[in-house]
Design a protein around this ligand. Sequence first.
Ligand code: MN
Length: 701
Amino acid sequence: MKLKLSEDSSTIKLLLFFILVAYLFSLSMRYFWVAEFQGMPQFQWNNELMINTNDGYFFAEGARDIVAGHHQPNDLSPVNEPLSLLTAWLSQILPVSFETLILYMPSFFGALIVVPIILIGHAFGQARMGFVAALIAGVAHSYYNRTMTGYYDTDMLNIVLPLFGVYFIILAILHQRNRFLIPITLSFALYYWWYPSSYAINTAVLGTLLIYTALFDRTNRHLYKIALFVVIGILSLPVLAKIALALAVFAFFHYRPQLDQKWFWPLFGAVAALYFATGGIDPIWAQLQGYLLRESVSGDAAGLYFYNVAQTVREAGHIPFSVFAERISGHTLIFLLSTVGYILALIAYRPLLITLPLVGLGFIAMSAGLRFTIYAVAPMALGFSYLMFLITQPIGKRWLRAIALIVFTGSALYPNYLHIREYMTPTVFTAQEVTSLAKLGELSNEEDYVISWWDYGYPIRYYSDVKTLVDGGKHSGDVNYPASYVLTQPQQNAAFMARLAVEYTEKGYETNNSAVIAEMLKAYQADTMDDLMTALQLDPESLPKATRDVYLYLPFRMMEIIPTVTLFSYLDLKNPDNKLQQPFFYITGAIQDTGKTVELGNGLSILKEKSILKLGNQEVPIKHFYQVGYDQAQKLQINEQQFASEGLNVIILGSYGRLLVVDDFYLNSAYIQMFVFERFDPALFEPVLLDPMSKIYRLKV
Ligand code: MN
């Protein structure tokens, strides 16, 4: 292989042309989603489409507060998050609205993946191979999903940055020049800053480089130099400190080459020691354990056992091979060809071995969950592209080979294109829901709390600028407990807990003690939550003084997940082995009237004549029967009949096209009473906004 260090201008022009075409291609494929939703007002807010990832509202809140220049203590606003900082900075220099900015940032940054891929191809003298791989990787199934328009999250650079790191390592291996060392440190330092979870993959790249050196070139000092600059990049130190260290070490090599011989290894040893002193591989073990060992309950220091959220997160499950393959390459066949091509490319271009950790992490997806597939996308695309150029090489006629290449490339792009055309993720919230949250924002103070389920924490904080107990990043069993309790208990208990949870949470920030439930129980000398509630009923004056307003946010979209919400507080705090029989809840949108029965699916049916519910072979009397819906004037109407003194309750939600079968636990829960029936205890709550999609109450105690 012939290597040139300086490029002639025609090469640079060709590279720029490849990058521009691939970038515009990736970008334009991210416009189908916009085109589909642009005419639909329910997906728009402030004259712009809303984002489609929940976590995005976390970074958006931080960016909003950075721009505003202030936020409240303990409001969990991420004003130091890199994505928030980048967004705030861009919003101040770009002439677009904040909504437009966060909507399109993922597309514009995510499509940058084409740059390092084309450059990696070029590093091996195969810019065309890089170009075709870039076309594929930019739109590949899982990479698209995580960088599509509106997917405002760190993913937009999570693959781009390590690919630059890998590119510079490959360049440094091929050319053995010091000039690539600083870019290596910069890439890894930037990546680690942007995404601290990258620590493990960065360390894996380092390990791969060291194994590569040991196997193929162990006497080559330059390879250890490369490793040294990778280590500096991934140290658990501030970015600027790492850059300073890298520059100092670089200057030493550059200006004192005669000392290099004597001082290289002591220097290497010192930086390696720094690596182990600032964390080493311990954080990786912790991370691995988090993925591999998922316990359903977790005990806290006070000996209380809560429900662990990990087992309700869908993403963390096993996935079938075809799904895995499609997510990486768009189609199982393309994936298999890519794998063969990748292996051949590793043989042909040995430094490409540095991409192995990315592939490895992508393949971990088979057991650890599909979120990891995006790491394998770029190396696999390079593999496919390599195989294609290899296979078409014997074709003598240039035009014939060009056609073959276009057909092959097209066949790899096509399944991904089909996926993009049908992958129409809705926005996180609808305009109707956001309207309610924006109104709540006007009514409330920034220090007020809104209690809801954690799924809605980030959007609530973004649109209403209030505080929340739980959100997409704060939802362990102990903090979910009070939120779950408020939503699923009767109103008296819910009101008490709402006030307790808010005041104890705020106090916990001051005393640095987040064991809120343990503190409550201790303060009331109660063994169980029931004891605590009894104590409060006897002496309501003992409730903490209200320091702020508290709101309950009850959206219709919570209806489907209410059994999951319940799990977090319907448990024995003292004994994890005491598995309580969960209360009964069934929801369906598909009912079928057969004349004598109404079929509800899943073996449930109503025997009309006897007013009895059949659950499989079991017959249960219908206790209450409700028909709830909005009339022409958008007024809530409730029809109620009682058939028995015991049994299950049937609620028909006509306006929502749903039917509920619930036991008395759910019927009496704050959520069902206050959302479905708008029945509230005026001594405890007052309605603030009663929209059909979301109902908001203010706590009066
Ligand atoms: Mn705030």
